[in-house]
Design a protein around this ligand. Structure first.
Ligand code: COA
Length: 140
């Protein structure tokens, strides 16, 4: 049963978003989950950070950005006690509709090598694994 709403995050949501993210290791990266970084993201990419809400609580997030060339998804997660009820699928579906409407030809995402749960999820939903790509980063 659908008991959540999915909407664009506002600046007032940032504290609750950070509270959700702090317990989810699979989305952590070298980019700090700080108030300033999330505020900067929302202001730079209006409407691109979606939150799933159940009542007053934020129970899931996804960032989906298209820069005119490539589209990518970041910080996709559902709070542990709300998993396996279709919310992950609903969040991804919503962000994919937004990215398609903006003209994105393809959407990319990364998962950690040992994140078997997310990999099973993406494979179930028909995402294609890229076996011809190696990922490199330059960290300032
Ligand atoms: C990945 C994640 C967002 C999925 O959210 P969710 O709400 O549980 O996903 P759904 O309920 O929509 O799952 C849809 C289907 O995907 C598959 N699936 C989801 N999680 C799975 C898991 N851990 N193991 C195996 N299959 C899984 C199932 O087939 C599921 O359908 P079913 O429950 O009827 O069997 C959630 O597990 C999560 O937040 N993980 C931690 C953060 C993370 O890894 N994010 C991705 C970073 S790249």
């Amino acid at each position: 049963m659908t008991y959540w709403q999915i909407r664009a995050a506002s600046l007032e949501d940032i504290a609750a978003i950070l509270d959700l993210w702090k317990d989810i290791d699979e989305i952590k990266s070298t980019i700090e989950d700080s108030y300033d970084n999330v505020e900067h993201f929302i202001k730079t990419n209006p409407g691109s950070l979606l939150v799933a809400c159940a009542g007053n609580e934020i129970i899931g997030t996804v960032m989906g950005v298209y820069n005119g060339w490539r589209a990518a998804i970041y910080h996709f997660c559902v709070r542990e006690d709300h998993r396996r009820r279709g919310l992950g699928q609903a969040l991804l579906q919503t962000v994919l509709v937004h990215l398609k409407e903006q003209g994105a030809p393809r959407v990319d995402l990364y998962t950690y090598i040992d994140n078997r749960g997310a990999q099973a999820f993406y494979e179930k939903l028909g995402w294609q694994e890229r076996s011809n790509v190696k990922n490199y980063s330059w960290i300032f």
